[in-house]
Write a protein that binds this ligand. Structure first.
Ligand code: CP3
Length: 354
């Protein structure tokens, strides 16, 4: 297959620190409940997982934010929890309660029995969505694939749902680390195969979401989260059909560990809003590109306040390339879409290079 050349490649160029005309932007959870057209398609699909499992509808919602806003990348519409679901845990979403598993894994025997899913079999619906979206984009902007980090996936698999204290998984980590390592090892193999299959299906960059890495101590972060992300980075297809496939790592709450994250050999680091981007640049900006890092709550403010915050971040970064603008975490469901347009246009205005 000869790929259609990209009409807008500033997202990929910024990740590789090549010259750009202006700062690119995409938004975590850009296809989501803050958009009325998303809510309509989700209702038509039935449930959130029915939407993920239907490649045509997943493609439709992936493209919705691009119709409204001048975004520089599309992100596959799916969820990080598709991988544990494919390992047999039985994912479901109950209204207002977030994700849940019918069969959490809490014993050595349950973890030993877990299979490593074949991405083109149990997760074929995700690969079909990647292929459908890539064809529909027709070179408009690059398509980002993604996965959860082994640690973040393991938190849901052991706890059985979202958690605040991580009592069960941390209990296992401190009392029986070998069993947790067995789970993380299987997840690292599963995620590597899953991301490589997304790349083969058409993903042009990939991002690893380590949403709960920031709940760890410096020592346990290295041993139970970073080490497995490093293994994934080392196992990924980095060149595909003549193109470099950039890899972005995002540990929410991980600003104190940027140096060791950059040392994994990834291309970009996602930043939450707890660090100034100028400080992040001073620490790791020679090695990696930076993605972020506006507080999502700025979008509850006035257009003038949104523009001022964008200007501040772009000015603080202050370099000719190497910055992908984003929020520090996913967009909230009660944000007004008009404010997102203000954000996207302000990034392109203030990010313009002389
Ligand atoms: O960024 C995008 O637009 C791509 C789609 C995407 C979704 N989830 C869609 C989604 C991505 C990249 C994710 C990743 C994800 N999923 C993460 C890591 C990123 C992060 O936010 O930290 C995590 C922890 C999950 C697990 C998950 N899935 C949660 C906690 C929830 C929210 C549950 C709730 O009721 O609030 C989901 C559901 C989910 N994933 C929604 C979307 C748009 C909302 C579901 C709906 O439509 O009802």
């Amino acid at each position: 297959m000869v790929a259609t050349p990209l009409k807008n490649d500033r997202f990929l160029r910024a990740l590789l620190k090549q010259a750009v005309d202006t700062t690119p932007i995409w938004i975590m959870r850009q296809a989501g409940r803050y958009l009325p057209e998303y809510r309509a398609t989700r209702q038509q699909a039935g449930s959130f997982m029915d939407l993920c499992r239907n490649p045509e509808l997943a493609c439709e919602v992936t493209l919705q934010p691009l119709e409204r806003f001048d975004l520089d990348a599309a992100i596959l519409f799916s969820d990080i929890l598709t991988v544990p679901d494919a390992m047999g845990l039985g994912l479901y979403f109950s209204e207002g309660e977030g994700p849940r598993f019918e069969r959490p894994v809490q014993t050595r025997a349950a973890i030993e029995a877990l299979p490593i899913p074949d991405p083109e079999d149990e997760l074929r619906y995700v690969m079909d969505a990647v292929r459908t979206i890539r064809a529909a984009l027709n070179g408009r902007v690059p398509l980002i694939g993604f996965s959860g980090s082994p640690w973040t996936l393991a938190t849901y698999m052991v706890e059985g749902s979202s958690s605040k204290e991580f009592a069960k998984i941390k209990g296992m980590m401190y009392s029986d680390p070998a069993t947790l390592h067995l789970l993380l090892d299987k997840l690292a193999s599963s995620v590597t195969a899953y991301l490589n299959a997304q790349i083969a299906a058409g993903a042009q960059a990939v991002m690893i979401f380590d949403t709960w890495g920031g709940s760890l101590t410096p020592t346990t972060y290295r041993e139970f989260s970073l080490a497995y992300m490093q293994r994934i980075v080392e196992g990924l297809t980095r060149q595909y059909e003549g193109q470099t496939i950039p890899v972005i790592l995002f540990t929410k709450g991980g600003a104190q560990w940027l140096e060791s994250m950059a040392a994994t050999g990834c291309d970009g680091l996602g930043l939450d809003w707890t660090i100034n981007i100028a400080e992040a640049y001073a620490r790791v900006g020679q090695q990696v590109a930076l993605q972020g890092n506006m507080d999502p709550c700025v979008l509850y403010a006035t257009p003038e306040a949104i523009r001022a915050q964008v200007k501040q971040i772009v000015t603080d970064f202050g370099q000719p390339s190497g910055h992908v603008f984003n929020l520090g975490h996913g967009i909230h469901q009660h944000i007004r879409p008009e404010n997102v347009k203000v954000l996207v246009d302000a990034v392109h205005e203030f990010g313009r290079k002389a």
